[in-house]
Design a protein around this ligand. Sequence first.
Ligand code: UDP
Ligand code: MG
Length: 323
Amino acid sequence: MTKRSLSVIVPVYNEAVGIKSFLERQLFPVLVRLQYKVEVLVIDDGSTDGSLKKINEVKAPRGITLRIVAFTKNFGKEVALTAGLKYAKADAVIMLDADGQHPVSAIPKMIKKWEKGAMIVTAVNNGNSTRHKVASKMFYLVMRAMGNQSIHEGAMDFRLLDRVVVDEYNDFSEHNRIARGLIDWLGFPQEYIKVSTLKRTSGKPTYSRKKLARLALDSFVSMSSAPLTLFGRLGIFITVTSFIFGLFILVQQYILGDPLGLDWSGAVAMSVFVSFLVGLVLVSQAITALYISRIHAETKNRPLYVIDRKKSKNLRERKNVKS
Ligand code: UDP
Ligand code: MG
C-alpha cells in the first residue's frame, strides 16, 4: 500500500504554558505510530503570551513535518481552522484543539474509519464534563426546532476530513463561518466516534461566555433563515387574529348593541393591540438587522485572515486539484 499522508491542524491562541508538551508528549507519539506521512500545521491565532516562541522550540520527530501559520492578530478559532484547511496538503485532515481536551488516543480510530471509506469522522462528546451544559442543550434544542435536524448533539470540532471534503470546504468564500456548520452543510455522510473530553492540560479556556454566545448566534443566523420565516408567520397570525377580534368588537358592541354586556371601550382593545404590535415590530426589526449586518460584512469582502509570512514556517499553499 502506498503510504498515504495525513495533515493535523491545531489552532492555538494563548496556549504558551501547555502547547509544547501537548505537541511533543501527547500528539507526536500517537502520530509517529501511524503508517503515514504526517504534517502538523499549527495555526498561531495571534497569541500574545509567547505561544509562537514555544511552538518554534518544538522538535518534530522523524516522519513528522511541523508547519506554522502565524496570524498577524487574533482572528478567532473558526478562521484559524479555515486557514489550516487551506494549507493542509494531505489526503486526510484532522483538526483538534491545542489544550489537550480532544483525546489524541482517538486518532487511530478515526484513521481506521477513514481507511474503510468514511469521508468525515466526527468525535462526539459522550456527555461528561462539557462546560456550559445547559446552554449547549438549549442551543441544540433551538437548532432542531428551527429545522436543522441533521445537527448532531455533542459533535465536536475534533474531526477527520477526507481530501474531497477539504477541497469543497476551501471553495467557501463566506466570512462568517462556523466550521462544523459548513462541514455538515456539505452533506457528505459522516461517521461518529464517541470520546470523553478531557480536562484542559493548562491555561484557561479562551472562549468566554460572550464569545460562545456570539458563536451560537452566528450559527443560528448562518445556518438557518428560520427566524425570518418564524417572525413572518407570527406577524400574519397576529394580523389575522386582531382583524377577527376587531370584527368581533365591531359587530357585538356597535352593530348588535353589546348583547353580551361587555361594555368595552374601544380604547382598551386598541391599546392592547398597539403595544403588542409595536413589540413584535421591534423584535422582527432586530432580526432583520442581524441579517443586514451580515450582508454588510460579506459585501466588504475583506480577506479572511492575514498571515505573517516572516513568522510562519514551511508553508506552501496547496493547489486545489479538483477538476
Ligand atoms: N483558539 C483559537 N483562537 C481563539 C480562541 C481559541 O485558535 O480565538 C483555540 C484554542 O487555543 C484551543 C481551541 O481553539 O486550541 C479551543 O479553545 P478553548 O479551549 O478556549 O475553547 P473550548 O474548550 O471552550 O471549546
Ligand atoms: Mg478547550
